[in-house]
Design a protein around this ligand. Structure first.
Ligand SMILES: [Zn+2]
Length: 204
């Protein structure tokens, strides 16, 4: 079985059987989708391949998710057409965001999360710690935190928080994407230094 995320122009998933092997392509817009949605996609693709009826609950689950995501796909296209934002660098003076991401990915996500672009922001904004930019599939972290007086676990916490946004996507409202579901908050609690990190950020 060969499965990979693929940058289709629109949300699309394909399955083919060749010489006894399955070739599956899932739209990269579905990267980070919850397990239940990936399960629904697997069900739908296999049902299609073997011409079996598709369970209605599964197709409804998939459509609900894609319905919410269609908005972000369109927004992404529009923003890409309007001009590219410059993505800077994951390597700061003190912290390397890719290193931090890979480490968190191993510790909390079984290494399964696809790495988006990671970059320190250009400015030193304090009001926005970090955000995920779906138009460029980039996690942007405020440059103020690339500082020796900021403990590593604080940077880790901010990146972890954004990774949870990738895992628990929400509908776009303008460019804001900061909605924390119960599921999101429960998973955030698995970060060992959560309290200390939040206390540090409040003092800023
Ligand atoms: Zn958030």
């Amino acid at each position: 079985m060969h499965i990979r995320f693929y940058a289709f122009v629109s949300i699309n998933n394909t399955i083919r059987l060749r010489n006894g092997e399955l070739y599956i392509r899932i739209s990269d817009l579905l990267e980070g989708a919850p397990d239940s949605v990936l399960h629904a996609i697997a069900h739908i693709l296999l049902a299609k391949l073997y011409r079996k009826p598709i369970d209605r609950a599964q197709s409804a689950r998939y459509r609900r998710y894609v319905g919410a995501h269609d908005i972000s796909a369109k927004a992404r296209l529009v923003r890409q057409m309007r001009g590219r934002k410059h993505i800077h660098t994951p390597r700061g003076h003190h912290y390397h965001l890719e290193e931090i991401f890979d480490d968190l990915n191993r510790r909390f996500f079984h290494g399964l999360m696809g790495r988006p672009q990671l970059t320190w922001s250009r400015d030193h904004a304090r009001n926005r710690l970090g955000h995920y930019d779906p138009a460029h599939n980039a996690i942007v972290i405020s440059r103020v935190f690339d500082h020796p007086r900021v403990p590593r676990f604080v940077v880790e916490y901010i990146v972890f928080h954004e990774m949870l946004h990738l895992k628990h996507p929400v509908k776009l409202r303008g460019t804001r994407r900061c909605v924390h579901s119960g599921e999101f908050l429960a998973e955030e609690k698995s970060f060992p230094e959560l309290m200390e990190a939040q206390r540090f950020l409040k003092r800023l």
